[in-house]
Design a binder for this molecule. Structure first.
Ligand code: NAD
Length: 467
């Protein structure tokens, strides 16, 4: 069985365990579990004097809410099974986080490193045309976003191609999220998933009942963290946890080697090095080993690369108290059972990495309202707050402390509002999951609690549709 088959099996096994705890009407669990449709497309692009054929997928898992939402991955290893597993996770994620979307996911079998920017643009535009033909990219039907191997550029090309195909569609920009800010994107989208991981961990340490189960001392400060994957999600998680929470990032592992530093890695320096050289080689603490780093002792392990990396071959060597699944599906269902028995806590993917889709939701709403966040309130807030402070200074006959004055007077900008909305969503998410976990003795872990909430909401949605 291929690794992608295992991934879909894993997601479905985790679904079954949770669905069994709910008294769903006959056949409903099966209906929720399976993908509604998966479209495969093969198209040609003439590149370097040769007609290259590409294969892409867009899977729609559940349309209980529309549009459906989910990223597009560029990877030489993409497959239908993988896309279906990822689409299912999107349904559970949006349901759990109360976002008004069904679940979808897309992929293109391509190695983005093999092609120039210009060539990738032509490939992406052709893929978009194929998706648009079937409304698999559409502001009110199906809204892609970035995932592994894609980013702002691909999303901007997709939005532009969609706009060319629908020149009179006023909401055309809402057909895809993760665009550059100057092309209809939103401040804070790039950092959103990594920022979300920071909020997840901050909230976790607000729950003594939970962190004591894994024998943690309070607070994120000084916790030793290992991260796998130094792309969008891994880099931002490492950056915010080290710079703003004073956690110690003791190892970061990538495809071709890792960096280890028990005192804590300087994340920004490593990022500059990685961007310049394309690898960690030559950086202080470099080792060519990638595989064994996940087994190094740490307090918190954050896999932020690909699925299935913690599996039956290495699960018994994992030496951590907490795993935060920043990647989708990094722990297989079998490994999950073993870790659970050993008392290792796992914060599940479809909650932990929901920061990305949360800010994508803000971007989609921004595109539909055609107005940037904070535009109407900012100056008005500043006027009121200034009047309040002036009044206080007059009454007390003393100057208000300057640093506090600045915080109180300044109205919120788009990035302030995005971070506030993201923090609220992520923190609330953890509270709901933790509450469910402790309220029902049959629920053995955070993943089951999160899945039970997600499935129940989808089931309710079907019920109200009369299904
Ligand atoms: P990315 O392409 O920006 O980065 C992934 C990084 O992981 C790359 O640097 C790659 O070299 C590295 N990598 C790949 N396989 C590896 C391996 N076996 N060992 C070590 N490193 C490896 O991708 P990303 O956007 O950061 O996504 C990472 C994960 O997070 C994926 O599972 C994705 O589905 C998930 N995710 C991403 C977002 C988002 O907003 N980008 C949102 C939710 C979930």
């Amino acid at each position: 069985m291929s690794s992608s088959e295992n991934f879909l099996d894993s997601v479905n096994k985790m679904f079954d365990q949770s669905a069994d705890l709910l008294n769903l009407s006959n056949g409903l669990a099966e209906k929720i579990k399976v993908a509604n449709s998966t479209y495969t497309v093969r198209f040609g692009v003439r590149l370097r004097d040769k007609l290259e054929t590409f294969t892409g997928f867009r899977s729609v898992h559940s349309e209980h809410w529309e549009p459906v939402k989910g990223g597009i991955r560029y990877s030489p290893f993409a497959s239908q099974m993988e896309v279906e597993a990822l689409a299912a996770l999107m349904s559970y994620k949006c349901s759990l986080m109360d976002l008004p979307f069904g679940g979808s996911k897309g992929a293109l079998i391509v190695d983005p490193k093999k092609w120039s920017k210009k060539e990738l643009q032509r490939i992406t535009r052709r893929f978009t045309q194929e998706l648009a033909k079937r409304d698999l990219i559409h502001p009110s039907q199906n809204v892609p976003g970035p995932d592994m191997g894609t980013g702002e550029d691909e999303m901007a090309w997709m939005a532009d191609e969609y706009k060319r195909l629908h020149p009179t569609e006023i909401d055309a920009l809402a057909c895809v999220t993760g665009k550059p800010v100057r092309k209809g994107g939103i401040e804070g989208r790039i950092e959103a998933t990594g920022r979300g991981i920071q909020y997840v961990l901050k909230e976790f340490f607000e729950h003594p009942e939970d962190y004591k189960k894994a024998k943690f001392s309070p607070g994120l400060e000084g916790q030793k963290i290992i991260i796998q994957g130094f792309g969008n999600v891994g880099y931002h998680a490492a950056k915010f946890l080290s710079e703003e929470e004073d956690s110690r990032i003791t190892a970061i592992t990538e495809h071709k080697g890792s960096v280890i530093n028990d005192e804590g890695i300087d994340v920004e320096s490593l990022k500059n090095h990685f961007d310049e050289k394309g690898s960690f080689e030559g950086f202080d603490g470099f080792t060519s080993d990638s595989n064994k780093i996940l087994e190094k002792k740490c307090d918190i392990l954050i896999p932020a690369a690909v699925e299935g990396v913690i599996n039956l071959t290495n699960v018994n060597q994992i030496n951590t108290k907490l795993i935060v699944e920043a990647a989708n599906g990094p722990v297989t269902a079998e490994a999950d059972q073993i870790l659970c028995k050993k008392g290792v806590l796992i914060i599940p993917d479809f909650y932990a990495n929901a920061g990305g889709v949360t800010v994508s939701y803000f971007e989609w709403v921004k595109n539909l309202t055609h107005m940037r966040y904070g535009l109407m309130q900012r100056r008005e807030t500043e006027r009121r707050q200034t009047a309040l402070i002036d009044g206080l200074e007059e009454m007390m006959d003393r100057d208000f402390p300057v640093d506090l004055k600045e915080i109180i007077v300044n109205g919120a900008t788009e990035i302030d509002l995005v971070r506030s909305g993201l923090e609220e969503t992520m923190r609330n998410g953890y509270k709901k999951i933790s509450r469910k976990w402790h309220a029902d003795k049959r629920i053995r872990d955070l993943r089951t609690a999160a899945m039970v909430i997600a499935i129940k909401r989808i089931a309710d949605s079907y019920y109200f549709l009369g299904i």
